[in-house]
Design a protein around this ligand. Sequence first.
Ligand SMILES: N[C@@H](CCC(=O)N[C@@H](CS)C(=O)NCC(=O)O)C(=O)O
Length: 208
Amino acid sequence: MSKLKLTYFDFHGGRGEPARLALSIAGIPFEDDRVPLADWPRRKSDTPFGALPVLEADGKILAQSNAINRYVGKLADLYPSDPWQAALCDEVMGAVEDITNKVVATFNLSDEEKKTQREALVAGPLTFYLSGLQQRLEAHGGQYFAGGRLTVADLKVFVWIRSLKSGVLDHVPPDLPDRVAPKLVAHHERVKSHPGVTAYYAKYSIAA
Ligand SMILES: N[C@@H](CCC(=O)N[C@@H](CS)C(=O)NCC(=O)O)C(=O)O
């Protein structure tokens, strides 16, 4: 087994968390390198695209969260071997990236502009992507997004819904997923109750 080091920011969410979860669920040892925000300016230039997450495998570097998710998903048996099911998994991870990019674009706005743009996101793209992902979940059997079992796509959606429900995003009502996509909320509960996910968060004494 390769020697793995996963570098991401020191919080339980975002683009690095699905890979942390996948490796932990499978019991694959890895160095969990959590970068304090204060250290980021110094470390940014060490990464291929000036961003995290980055995975190091036996000294070789891999960037881009979904490439990392696919790689660790294969190691952890949390990525479908069937080409079509793998593509469904990719579709969902790409959709979460799309909506994440729209939200991230509001991070550094003034308070007033942030409120305007976040309210527009709630009325438009956030509702649209929540509905679209719920539709894809239902189209693929209603339990998991691909292959009828837990994959890295489920982990990525789980992390996104967890963030939305936490209320961490000002002007985005935490009950938005419940109102727009109750089946995604049920999916969130399903993933949350997976023994590997429960054990991961218990290790940090935080709620899943
Ligand atoms: N497309 C990249 C985006 C990476 C990205 O923007 N990461 C954010 C954290 S989630 C980051 O490193 N932000 C700090 C910066 O850009 O300086 C991926 O999927 O990994």
